[in-house]
Design a protein around this ligand. Sequence first.
Ligand SMILES: *[C@@H]1O[C@H](CO)[C@@H](O)[C@H](O)[C@H]1NC(C)=O
Length: 150
Amino acid sequence: MKNCALIITLLGIADVISEDLVKLPNLDAQCIKCLCYAATGCDLTRGCVEGYCGPFKISKIYWIDADEQVLPNDEKIRAGAYEDCALNYDCALKIVMNYFTKYGKDCNEDGVTNCEDYSMINFNGGWQCQPAINRTDAGKAWLERFRLCS
Ligand SMILES: *[C@@H]1O[C@H](CO)[C@@H](O)[C@H](O)[C@H]1NC(C)=O
């Protein structure tokens, strides 16, 4: 059931992401799908848990750093604008893409910016993306979910 919802959702995202992908080479739909899966199993019904909202587990700080994306016709200053965007797959995707546009870089310094780096950015945050994800148990679990997705 969950997978079904995910597939249907992914079919709808191509338009949302195609514009941004031009600016972010090596970031493809498969990577985005697995970042979502590694975060929460891409659970669209999870809500906000301990300060992280939606299928990508987006924090308010991440949302602010991604220039406060909001649902169509919503306003950044409205209470709940962050939560409502992060809880909506397409809007959450806009947050993630904008975050990568701002913070995308070669975190592990292997000469190419690719999904491994975007994983590090989402797991560690854009400011300090360099530490290996596997340094913590939470990171190891995150990597295992990512591996299952790929
Ligand atoms: C942790 O990740 C780094 C970088 O990907 C890798 O070089 C290292 O072998 C990994 N360590 C373990 C214990 O898996």
